[in-house]
Design a protein around this ligand. Structure first.
Ligand code: CMC
Length: 428
């Protein structure tokens, strides 16, 4: 294949170089399109065909169902690694040695306290506030307690801000849940592992000793690893674009949390469970809901199905489905909702509407069932997704700043009124 693309606009022809990635993905480099064409731009709502950056963090092939972080296959990471190792690999490029991992964890532990005034902020929220709104606000509030934006030319400052947020975010996640449940806000124990400590902060009751349930611990590692990065999705692109204005790390993350909240993105895990509960309450008639999902006059969509990039299967969904079976079995939970989920999946996989549109269960179809079995409230599911995505957002923010990417500022095609005179209010 030639390494140039030709564009013909009327009588004029232009040439643009092709860029190839390490996995042979090809892009047309149109960086100088406006300059050479005298103002022509491209338009691509939803960015279905547009790359926003070159990135060395995550590779995915939606047609083949491949997902790799820093080159490591997701299946192997979910099976063999723990969440902190994967976070390190995403943020710093390689899986850590034991020594590197120990240092990373020790440094995180040294920041595991948040300013006590943050407690006052969370206490002011109503109990029924959605935890994603609370988490986004608290993450933004951290900026107020750590106002200096990170000097990305200083390795030390960059590292300090990374370990700081890796330490404080689980505290905010746990407090968000405890606030919802009306439980007092506690701190963790620095003698525990990263995930054990999270579990302690989330589940410790004041009148009971705390024991780590290994089934829940292992499932949490897996779920968080599966959510840890997913290249240029809606929330990650948000983090990168907010950070591109040189806004601080915490402010960029707070914007990412808001983007993740929506039901078409991370909010789907809550929406899936609410949908399954509604189907159960309505007598468990899955065929009725399949028909609603296919009816173009009905806004209902089968939540947990379909993906912008996976058009074959979502490799994360495969792992999560097996984990859901294991966890429910090991915990001895017999959840009728799992049967409804299985029935919907079976019907959808053989239904021409779903087959033709390449709509398969995505990562969120089964994750809520696992979180529910762990005793986590439904509204917290997207918060758990945010905790998993944290290292990915950090890695992408860091990459964008170190690459010195320009401020994100798309163009538009204006379709409004052409120039017209101002009319005095009494004459309108
Ligand atoms: N149920 C019924 N029909 C659907 C669904 C669905 N879940 N998803 C897509 N379609 C139809 C859609 O109506 C359209 O049909 P037609 O061509 O006849 O107009 C066709 O499939 C293509 O859909 P699209 O909305 O153009 O595709 P998209 O790539 O813009 O959207 C999506 C991807 C994930 C937003 C969409 O599939 C969806 O809304 N799914 C449900 C929400 C969900 O589970 N989101 C979680 C995504 S995974 C977690 C994450 O990484 O964020």
């Amino acid at each position: 294949m030639s390494d140039i693309a030709k564009l013909q606009v009327g009588d004029n022809s232009y040439e643009f170089p092709l860029i190839k990635g390490t996995e042979n993905e090809v892009a047309i480099d149109i960086k100088n399109l406006r300059d050479v064409t005298n103002g022509i731009i491209t338009i691509d709502p939803g960015y279905k065909n547009s790359g926003s950056c070159e990135s060395a963090i995550t590779f995915l092939d939606g047609e083949k169902g491949v997902l790799r972080y820093r080159g490591y296959p997701i299946e192997e990471l979910a099976e063999k690694a723990d969440f902190l190792e994967v976070s390190y690999a995403l943020i710093f490029g390689n899986l850590p040695t034991q020594e590197e991992l120990d240092k990373f964890h020790t440094d995180i532990r040294s920041h595991a306290i948040v300013d006590d005034d943050v407690r006052k902020i969370i206490e002011a929220f109503p109990r029924n506030a959605h935890p994603m709104g609370v988490l986004s606000s608290l993450t933004s509030a951290l900026t107020a307690f750590n106002p200096s934006s990170v000097n990305v030319d200083s390795k030390e400052e960059m590292y300090a801000s990374i370990v700081r947020i890796m330490a404080k975010f689980p505290v905010l996640v746990a407090w968000t849940m405890r606030k919802k449940k009306g439980m007092h806000l506690n701190y963790g124990r620095n003698t525990l592992g990263y995930i054990e400590n999270l579990m302690y902060m989330m589940f410790k009751k004041p009148n009971e000793d705390f024991e780590v349930n290994p089934i829940i611990k292992n499932a949490l590692h897996k779920l968080l690893i599966l959510h840890a990065d997913h290249e240029q999705n809606c929330s990650t692109s948000t983090v990168r674009i907010v950070g591109s204005s040189h806004a601080g790390l915490f402010a960029s993350l707070s914007a990412g949390i808001s983007a993740l909240w929506g039901p078409l993105h991370g909010g789907a895990n809550q929406a899936v469970l609410e949908m399954l509960e509604a189907i159960q309450a309505d007598g468990g008639d899955t065929a009725k809901y399949m028909a609603k999902a296919k009816d173009k006059n009905d806004p209902f969509r089968l939540m947990g199905f379909g993906h912008r990039v996976y058009k074959n299967f979502d490799p994360r969904a495969k792992i999560i489905k097996a984990t859901a079976d294991e966890v429910l079995n090991d915990l001895g939970v017999d959840d009728p909702i799992l049967n409804i989920a299985r029935a919907l999946e079976k019907e959808a996989l053989s239904d021409p509407y779903f087959v033709e549109r390449k709509l398969y269960p995505n990562v969120d179809f089964y994750s809520g069932i696992i979180y529910r079995a762990m005793g986590i409230p439904v509204e917290m599911f997207t918060v758990m997704f945010a905790l998993g995505r944290l290292p990915g957002w950090i890695a992408q923010w860091k990459e964008m700043r170190l690459n010195k990417e320009p401020i994100g500022r798309p163009r538009q095609i204006y379709i409004g009124e052409t120039q017209r005179p101002f009319v005095e209010i009494e004459k309108r």
